[in-house]
Design a protein around this ligand. Structure first.
Ligand SMILES: NC(=O)c1ccc[n+]([C@@H]2O[C@H](COP(=O)([O-])OP(=O)(O)OC[C@H]3O[C@@H](n4cnc5c(N)ncnc54)[C@H](O)[C@@H]3O)[C@@H](O)[C@H]2O)c1
Length: 256
């Protein structure tokens, strides 16, 4: 059995899986053999991802939930467990940006970013960990960002993404004895609706924004959602069981 297919028969939940990095990750984990709970704000938003997985011969379920709402999270995880089986793979990917310079940043901008990234990852992980502990096996992957190192206009987002790295390392320590690993991926520029919205906000055509970013990246291109899905697939694989509490920067190279 190949490394990829050895993940077979596991059940995964990917948050924010309606599009972008989450959708590519859901598809990749399905190709690796997982049944996938495709979680996003609206159940209807996840249908395309589910259809793509089913068209490729996989099994998936679209589930609507706001990751920052404890009741919705509990209900969503229970539904995945009932309809697909006990989830033992969790990818905390759902995210939002509310960029602004500190002096213009509102409390609402701060709170929503903290709630989706930090409270969301906490609630999802707390709800899923019991299934991992019962199975004595689990894989948690959290989406951080290069912005964790600091980024102008992202006081809220960089704080949340740095916080997720501490969360990841603590999960690794607490859950390791149950066969559960926790790792974080810190992507650089990935071509998704999120970076498209940033280009729109600063008034640059997306193609020009991409070309400008690519020049500053050692491999001379921006990332695609599949680049991150590939790394998730590695962390989730059986063979990665001795890799835990790590943060991998997937950014096409370090800053020059
Ligand atoms: N695109 C990048 O360059 C980049 C770089 C570093 C990190 N990231 C991180 O990767 C993750 C995915 O980013 P993306 O670019 O694919 O973003 P995206 O905006 O394309 O997709 C995010 C998804 O999350 C969902 N979502 C938002 N709030 C939610 C909530 N409360 N509950 C459930 N779902 C919710 C959205 O509906 C959407 O489908 C995010 O955590 C983001 O911060 C992205």
């Amino acid at each position: 059995m190949s490394e990829a297919s050895s993940t077979g028969s596991r059940v995964a939940i990917v948050t924010g899986a309606a599009r972008g990095i989450g959708a590519a990750t859901a598809l990749r984990l399905a190709q690796d053999g997982c049944a996938v709970g495709v979680l996003d704000l609206e159940e209807s938003a996840g249908k395309d991802t589910v259809q793509a997985i089913e068209a490729a011969g996989g099994r998936a379920l679209a589930v609507g939930a706001d990751v920052s709402d404890a009741e919705q999270v509990e209900a969503a995880v229970a539904r995945v467990a009932a309809e697909l089986g006990a989830p033992t793979v969790l990818v905390n990917n759902a995210g939002v940006t509310r960029d602004n310079m500190l002096f213009k940043m509102t409390e609402a901008d701060w709170d929503v970013v903290m709630n989706v990234h930090l409270r969301g990852a906490f609630l999802m992980t707390r709800a899923v960990q019991k299934h991992m502990i019962d199975a004595k096996w689990g894989r948690i992957v959290n989406l951080s960002s290069v912005s964790a190192l600091g980024n102008r206009g992202q006081a809220n987002y960089s704080t949340a993404k740095a916080g997720l790295q501490g969360f990841t390392k603590t999960l690794a320590i607490e859950l390791g004895k149950f066969g559960v690993t926790a790792n974080a991926i810190a992507p650089g520029f990935i071509q998704t609706d999120m970076t498209k919205a940033t280009a729109e906000r600063i008034g640059i055509p997306f193609e020009d924004f991409i070309a400008g970013a690519a020049k500053e990246i050692p491999v001379q291109r921006v990332g695609q959602p599949e680049d991150i899905a590939h790394l998730v697939s590695f962390f989730v694989s059986e063979g990665a069981g001795f890799v835990s509490g790590q943060v991998v920067y997937a950014a096409g190279g370090p800053k020059a």
